[in-house]
Design a protein around this ligand. Structure first.
Ligand SMILES: [Zn+2]
Length: 445
């Protein structure tokens, strides 16, 4: 055995949702080999006394490089925010900016307990490199949109196929996909992609056996435009052109009506719910209680740090629970255990990885975090699930393992150098904002 985590409170998130007291976890290579009273020699021991040991959190919607735009433009309606603030900066982005922002995002996620994320942005190679170097697990989308200009579709599909294949190569020795980095097909949205692009990209995803990651029904404006163009609502349109199935992760999905929720259910589409971003941009409230009633897989995402403005999944869990209670005027709706499922096992299912990650079970990959209970806001320990959703913060995470490797121990980082990543991110943010003529947005420039 390589690692033994000793004497912790294990919130397993297994089928029976068991919580074990004073229990150990044995890790061999990158997988969990034993749970309970684990004996035998271990090369490395982690003391988990007075700590909650749980599956690493899974963030199913990110645009990591947007960490460089954190706080530069707030409090604007979504379309104005995009058109006047975000798109002009993005037009000046280089691969180096993307790399710096991705590393910063990985650093923030590791230090707040996220072990796996689902990314969509330009220069996917740079996000992949940051995952590789930081030791995290992630899915990077080859992001596509054509604003109706179908002349670009052929070249995008060809380039996308090459890049996705590169990351999803099977392990030569055992035929499995053992890589921490994998790739998916990213479609920005039904309103920024032509019908031809949507259909051909979905065909490509099916051939490559990978998922489609797409924003759907984020704003009322999108619904109105889709109705005007196709006489259909966004999910009806995607269903009509054959894009919806169980390998599609729809992000936001705020304005899906009852009929569309029926289509989501029928096709087994998964949802990435981003409550903080949706509240901040005043886009609306997704009908999560109805998604749950229909047995639809709901997962949680932060969205980019420009509309959140952090990547802390503990904050996201609390916001999720509170938003639906006040929206329904019902304190019992979307309870804590459900929210913890969204952020762990459902996140894994949303990415098609539920057999590998998302819970602490023998045979699963060792993506595990430890939450330190020695904090004023976590005493007394009445209910571990309640504490994780309503009281804890990302900064309470003290140790993080991904793929059987310790990335942070007692808040000390092992895979990347915090000082260097912060310096690089500051330099690149300054450079980017100067190029976009918005350098005055930086407090220190
Ligand atoms: Zn997004």
């Amino acid at each position: 055995m390589d690692i033994r985590i000793e004497d912790g409170i294990i919130v397993t998130m297994n089928k029976g949702r068991e919580i074990l007291k004073n229990a150990d976890i044995g890790i061999d290579g990158n997988r969990i080999c034993e749970i309970g009273d684990v004996k035998g020699e271990a090369d490395f021991v982690i003391d988990a006394r007075n700590k909650i040991v749980m599956p690493g959190l899974i963030n199913t919607h990110t645009h990591l490089p947007m960490t460089l735009f954190r706080g530069i433009a707030d409090d604007l309606p979504l379309m104005r925010w995009l058109k006047e603030e975000i798109w002009p900066i993005e037009s000046k982005l280089t691969a180096k900016h993307v790399y710096a922002g991705s590393l910063l995002g990985c650093l923030e996620m590791i230090t707040t307990g996220t072990t796996c994320f689902n990314e969509m942005y330009f220069h996917m190679d740079k996000a992949a490199r940051s995952i590789d170097e930081s030791g995290m697990r992630g899915v990077v989308a080859y992001a596509m949109f054509d604003f109706g200009d179908t002349g670009k579709v052929d070249s995008m599909i060809k380039d996308g196929r090459k890049k996705i294949k590169k990351y999803n190569k099977k392990n030569k020795n055992n035929g499995s996909r053992e890589n921490r980095v994998s790739a998916s097909v990213g479609l920005h949205s039904p309103y920024t992609c032509s019908k031809e692009l949507l259909k051909r990209a979905k065909e490509m995803a099916d051939r490559l056996k990978t998922m489609v990651h797409i924003h759907v029904a984020e704003t009322q404006e999108e619904v109105e435009n889709t109705k005007k163009d196709w006489n259909l609502r966004p999910f009806e349109y995607l269903n009509e052109i054959g894009v919806l199935d169980k390998n599609v992760l729809a992000v936001h999905s705020i304005w899906a009506d009852r009929k569309e929720i029926g289509l989501i259910k029928k096709n087994g589409v998964k949802i990435s719910h981003n409550p903080v971003s949706n509240m901040k941009t005043a886009a609306g409230v997704a009908n999560v209680p109805e998604y749950i009633r229909n047995g639809i897989t709901v997962s949680l995402g932060t969205d980019g740090a420009a509309s959140n403005n952090n990547l802390d999944m503990f904050e996201e869990m609390k916001a999720c629970a509170l938003l639906h209670k006040i929206n329904a005027m019902d304190a019992g709706v979307v309870p804590a255990e459900k929210v913890l499922e969204f952020a762990t096992i459902n996140g894994a299912a949303a990415l098609g990885m539920e057999k590998e990650i998302g819970s602490i079970e023998v045979g699963k990959k060792a993506d595990i975090i430890l939450v330190d209970l020695d904090r004023p806001h976590l005493v007394p320990l009445s209910n571990p699930i309640s504490h994780l959703v309503y009281s804890a913060r990302g900064s309470d995470v003290d140790t993080v393992l991904v793929d059987g490797r310790v990335l942070m121990e007692n808040r000390e980082l092992r895979s990347i150098d915090q000082k260097e990543v912060l310096k690089f991110a500051n330099e690149q943010a300054k450079d980017l904002l100067e190029k976009a003529g918005k350098e005055d947005r930086l407090f220190m420039h």
